[in-house]
Design a protein around this ligand. Structure first.
Ligand code: SF4
Length: 268
């Protein structure tokens, strides 16, 4: 495993200032100019799961940017002084060249690399490649405390076991590589009751250390990328959740209530 540039205190301060200014812009001063420090790179709009809360998998997107075009994008954002690149999708690891693009971003001077993934493809070989590229921050989607719920929401039998296996292997290296690993949980009407169980799962996985899961209330996923989706069941269509009341029952730190809520154990 190669030595990596460490994100220093100065970078953390700049990122903290960036998020603070974003909050001011969102809530107080919409005309405030906020110079970007974080880039979201949607490597693909396609996915290998069929989540009921998501639009990505419902159509196949073709002719996405090729490797050279992505390298051009990365060169441009590096020149802008971007500190952090979040690789996301769809499922970003569907692209065979994803680790190569991450390494390219690292070599271009982007010091902090993050991946959002369902972890289905994160076997030992792919995990090694992603870590070697310099990624030290992961959000892994877990949509249920057990296979029954997770696989139902994610639309694929066996997904829970595969994702949990990858999550355990990531966590096994967290200390050694100073990684940040989070579970993402999509909160819908049909799944909000499982929040305490998700927190217990997070605590069990992290061996009694402070557990962190991120709960994403779903507002209207069908509008996320593709607009209308005829034929979708009504009860799967944009499940909407008022988060204030149910989440208020649990210990939490609301960072941006309409966007996401960070829950921290122990569970009551
Ligand atoms: S929520 Fe994530 S894993 Fe599920 S279909 Fe959408 S992009 Fe794929």
């Amino acid at each position: 495993m190669r030595t990596l540039p460490v994100t220093g205190v100065g970078d953390r301060v700049r990122l903290a200032g960036f998020f603070a200014r974003l909050a001011v812009k969102e809530h107080l001063a919409p005309r405030l100019h906020v110079r970007p420090l974080v880039a979201e790179l949607f490597l693909t709009d396609n996915c290998n799961l069929n989540c009921i809360s998501c639009a990505c998998w419902r159509t196949v997107t073709r002719r996405e940017l090729d490797g050279d075009e992505w390298r051009g994008v990365i060169d441009q954002i590096a020149a802008l002084g971007i500190l952090k690149a979040n690789f996301t999708g769809g499922e970003p690891l569907l692209r065979r060249d994803a680790p190569e693009l991450m390494a390219y971003a690292r070599d271009a001077g982007i010091r902090s690399l993050h991946v959002n993934t369902n972890a289905i493809l994160l076997d030992d070989r792919r995990l090694g490649a992603v870590l070697d590229a310099g990624v030290r921050s992961f959000n892994v989607s877990v949509d249920g405390p057990d296979a029954a719920q997770h696989d139902r929401i994610r639309g694929k039998a066996g997904a829970f076991d595969t994702t949990l296996d990858a999550l355990r292997r990531l966590l096994a290296r967290r200390e050694e590589l100073h990684m940040r690993v989070r579970m993402n949980y999509t909160v819908m009407r049909s799944t909000v009751a499982a929040l305490p169980e998700i927190m217990r799962l997070a605590q069990r996985l992290q061996h009694q250390r402070q557990a962190v899961a991120i709960a994403h209330p779903v507002v209207d996923p069908t509008r996320r990328t593709h607009g209308d989706h005829d034929g979708q069941e009504d009860d799967q269509r944009g499940e909407e959740l008022r988060v204030s009341q149910p989440v208020g029952q649990f210990p939490h730190r609301a960072i941006a209530p309409t966007r996401f809520i960070s829950l921290q154990g122990p569970v009551m």
